[in-house]
Design a protein around this ligand. Structure first.
Ligand code: TRP
Ligand code: SF4
Length: 404
């Protein structure tokens, strides 16, 4: 792991898809709620990313953004601990995107799997655009502007974090080289004090000679705890640990989010495009109705026909919501035809309604107080911007674009 100083920082973005559903909740959001206690989190609405595929119809963009933010807040994303913001309100993302685009080989972008996949999948759209090709660079800028150590993403996004690492490495290699790097690193070492300098040297040797990863992370922790050296010196010492250039943009790690087990109403993955979702803010009536009418094992035409839970989408929902006793009851009563499907669905309807009631209530408070939502976002934008500005100042400086 090569990363300077911000291992504690987590960053993730979501495209504004409008009202979120249970799939988002069980897949992504519950994970965010956990992370916000353990890390310094930055969660943002990737509105520019939405433009890369849906540039031709933006009439609903703004509503989708606010709806998504309200859902985040309603499920418990806490603006007191996480920074919540909108990508396009932090123009530093665009500046870094531009600068990184200069050093990103075309071939790296063409081989990102999502490039071809999405073009195949979204055949009805013309995606042969510059912006679409460059979208992983924008994502890299999102991540690197905050020097995030960890990026929670689903399987489909891991390649983008990998690309971010490659771009960061290339950036550091090109702009982190200094003629007198080794001398500068030596003098930076001295500023840590004799004892720490000695320890640093020993750890570096252990890593470089023996590939001892533990020595590397110990040395990185040592550097992170240094109060008396400048940011520039820190970058040198991080870089000197592993090679011969400063680390200006640390390489992030993907934090793989387990695929959501949340099935949709038809047993496929829950997704808006399959039209099988329960939205977080669906009314209790709608939710009951959707669940009551969802398909079951087709073998159970009459109540007296036994069924097989494994062939029933309701069974998958039981696995998310029910305890062992209920699961046992379903198996028993379905295969022996001793209950009807509606009986079987009752515990799920109850569980989903109970889960969503507090979320709906909080969402309602935010819906009724839009200015509160705007204030939260404005503050988040500002906080995010402070951090991104610092990174960009450094980036400009190493690229000789400071003009001071
Ligand atoms: N590309 C991601 C998606 O489509 C969203 C995203 C944009 C993102 N920038 C990011 C995720 C930075 C993590 C980090 O889902
Ligand atoms: Fe599905 Fe339950 Fe009906 Fe069996 S009883 S088919 S598991 S809904």
């Amino acid at each position: 792991m090569s990363s300077s100083s911000n291992n504690n920082r987590v960053l993730s973005g979501m495209r504004p898809t409008g009202a979120l559903h249970l799939g988002h909740y069980h897949g992504v959001l519950k994970n965010w709620l956990q992370l916000q206690h353990e890390y310094q989190c930055y969660f943002f609405v990737a509105d520019w990313h939405a433009l890369t595929t849906h540039y031709d119809d933006l009439s609903n963009l703004e509503n989708s953004v606010w709806d998504m933010v309200i859902d985040w807040l309603a499920v418990g994303v806490n603006p007191g601990s996480a920074t919540v913001f909108i990508q396009s309100q932090v123009p530093e993302h665009a500046e870094l995107h531009l600068l990184l685009s200069m050093i990103t080989p075309l071939s790296w972008l063409e081989r990102v799997p999502s490039y071809k996949d999405q073009q195949e999948k979204l055949k009805e759209r013309d995606l042969a655009n510059y912006g679409f090709l460059g979208y992983p660079v924008l994502q890299s800028a999102d991540i690197l502007a905050y020097k995030a150590g960890h990026v929670p993403v689903g399987e489909d996004q891991v390649a983008h974090v990998e690309l971010t690492r490659e771009i960061a490495r290339r950036f550091n290699y090109i702009y982190g080289r200094e003629v007198d790097f080794a001398e500068k690193a030596e003098s930076a070492m001295k500023k840590m004090g004799k004892k720490n300098a000695k320890l640093y040297k020993e750890l570096r040797k252990k890593f470089q000679e023996k590939g001892d990863d533990e020595a590397l992370s110990t040395a990185q922790a040592l550097l992170n705890s240094q109060q008396n050296i400048t940011a520039g010196d820190k970058e040198r010492l991080f870089g000197f640990l592993e090679g011969s250039s400063r680390i200006i943009l640390p390489e992030p790690e993907a934090l793989l989010t387990k695929a959501s087990k949340m099935p949709g109403l038809d047993g496929q993955k829950m997704s808006k495009s399959y039209n099988n979702t329960i939205a977080l803010r669906d009314s209790p009536d709608d939710i009951s109705k959707k669940l009551r009418t969802m398909p079951t094992d087709p073998a159970r035409v009459r109540k007296t026909d036994p069924g097989t839970p494994e062939k029933c989408p309701v069974w998958k929902l039981h696995q998310v919501y029910s305890d062992d006793k209920t699961l046992e009851w379903v198996q028993q009563s379905c295969t022996s035809a001793s209950i009807g499907c509606l009986d079987c669905k009752t515990p799920i309807i109850d569980a989903v309604l109970a889960e969503l009631a507090p979320i709906c209530e909080r969402a309602k408070e935010y819906e009724e107080d839009r200015s509160l939502v705007r204030t939260i976002i404005n503050e988040g934008n500002e906080k995010a911007r402070e951090v991104a500005k610092e990174t960009l100042a450094e980036v400009r400086q190493v690229m000789n674009l400071s003009y001071r």
